[in-house]
Structures are given as C-alpha cells and as structure tokens.
Ligand binder design. Structure first.
Ligand code: PEP
Length: 254
C-alpha cells in the first residue's frame, strides 16, 4: 500500500519569519501523523530556516524548483546539491506556473528530475493538460507526452521512488477542481502508462497525487479515489489549519 503524500506548495508567499511560525503551528497539528508524508515547499530564501524548524517533526521539506547543473555561471539559479544542503528531501519539478510563465518544457523537466536524483532528492514531477487540450479531447495524449519525455531514461527503480503530481492546469488556483471521476480517470491512465513503460513494480510504488484547488471540504473525495495517493496543495496550504485538515482527511489509507 502506498503511503499518502500531502505537499503544500507555498509558491512566492511567506517571509522567513512567517514560514518558521507556520512550521511551529503545523508541527503541533500533525504531531501524531505517522501514516501520511507531510511536505512543505517554501521559497528558496526560507528553505534552510524551514528545514531547521522542521527537524525532529513530522514535516518534510521540498524545494519548488532547481537547475540541472551542479554549479557554474548560471545567475539566479540553484542546484540540486544546494537545495539538498539546505535541508530539502524533495523538489517540485515542472509546475504549470514554471511551464507557462517561465517557458519550461518536458526536456527541462527531464533534466531537472535527473539532477534531483543525482543530488539525492525525490522529484515531484508535475504534469497536466490545459482546458483547451481537455476540451479538444487531447488529455491522455498530452499526459503521455509529458510522461514519455519527462521521465525519459529513468530506471524502473527511480520511477518507483517518484511522486507524479497530476495537476490539470485549468484547476490550479481557479477554485475549479477536477471531479473525483475525472481525477480517477487521469490517475488510472498515468499508472497504466507507468506500468507499460517502466514495469509493474514501479507502477505500484510510484505515488500519483492530485493538484488543483484542493481544499479541506473536497480533499477526502478526491484523495480516496482509486490511484490517487495524495495531493499537491497550493492556496489552501498557506494556512496551517486548513493544510492540517487536508492531511487529516487523507488518513486511514495505509
Ligand atoms: C499548485 O500550486 O500546485 C496548486 C494545485 O494550487 P491550488 O491548490 O491553489 O490550485
């Protein structure tokens, strides 16, 4: 059985002081949660402070991005080794905001995920279709391309460790979430492709989480769908109580 995985993507919110205070509040709220992986993804500037504040708690830390080179003249970029040194265990890769606003492609996603593994980080690889692609009936084709290129060259063992976040672009930050049926259909498709392309064992181990306007009141029905192993939460993760509520609603599945 896959352990549920609930990650909060704080995007470009929270000062270092806000971030540390959040961790202090969340720590108590999830103190007894041993059956769910609870992840916080702060900004780069707060990463080290959050990792320090989270030591010895149930909270694990993720970066929101990395650059694939180890070091060098890449102004403004941060490597996997740096992210790891700051205390992160995970890194979000290919978020739709990175793809849409910063021109990231599936090839970039592939390089970044490879760099994450090299640095000892677990990638959370985001995929998902736009509204136009869904309405054109292209959802599965889009997901297939993102999986094929994004995970190209990875071993079954690596894919088994991965977290894949299915985030329909039309559901991110819009308040419009996928129906439980739409989520189950897409997640089933993703797991089938992982099975076909990487094998049965990786497909059983790999966690496929849903993202897109997850809130405390819709979390349970989404997270309990077949093949949905948790959630990547944006807006609702900014409030520790709402985030802890989402964690609570994912429990009892291990
Ligand atoms: C996200 O940022 O990955 C996300 C899913 O955001 P929201 O929950 O706000 O839709």
């Amino acid at each position: 059985m896959r352990k549920p995985f609930i990650a909060g993507n704080w995007k470009m919110y929270k000062t270092v002081a806000d971030a540390v205070s959040y961790v202090d509040q969340l720590t108590g709220l999830v103190a007894d949660v041993t059956d769910v992986d609870v992840i916080a993804a702060p900004t780069f500037t707060a990463l080290y402070a959050v990792a320090q504040a989270a030591r010895g708690t149930r909270i694990q830390v993720s970066a929101q991005d990395l650059y694939w080179e180890r070091e060098g003249a890449f102004t403004g970029e941060i490597s996997g080794a740096m992210v790891r040194e700051a205390g992160a265990a995970f890194v979000i890769i290919g978020h739709s905001e990175r793809r849409t606003l910063f021109g990231e492609t599936d090839v970039h996603v592939n390089r970044k995920a490879a760099a994450a593994f090299t640095a000892g980080l677990t990638p959370i690889v985001c995929i998902g279709e736009t509204l136009a692609q869904r309405e054109a009936g292209d959802t599965f084709e889009v997901l297939d391309g993102q999986i094929r290129t994004g995970l190209d060259g990875f071993t079954g063992d690596q894919v088994g460790q991965l977290v894949i976040a299915y985030e329909p672009v039309w559901a991110i930050g819009t308040g419009r979430n996928a129906t439980p049926g739409q989520a189950a259909e897409a997640h089933g498709h993703i797991r089938t492709r992982v099975r076909q392309w990487f094998g049965g064992e990786p497909a059983e181990r790999c966690r496929v989480i849903y993202g897109g306007s997850v809130k405390p009141d819709n979390a349970r029905e989404l997270i309990t769908q077949p093949d949905v192993d948790g959630a990547l939460v944006g807006g609702a993760s900014l409030d520790p109580k709402a985030f802890a509520e989402i964690v609570a609603r994912s429990r009892g599945r291990v």
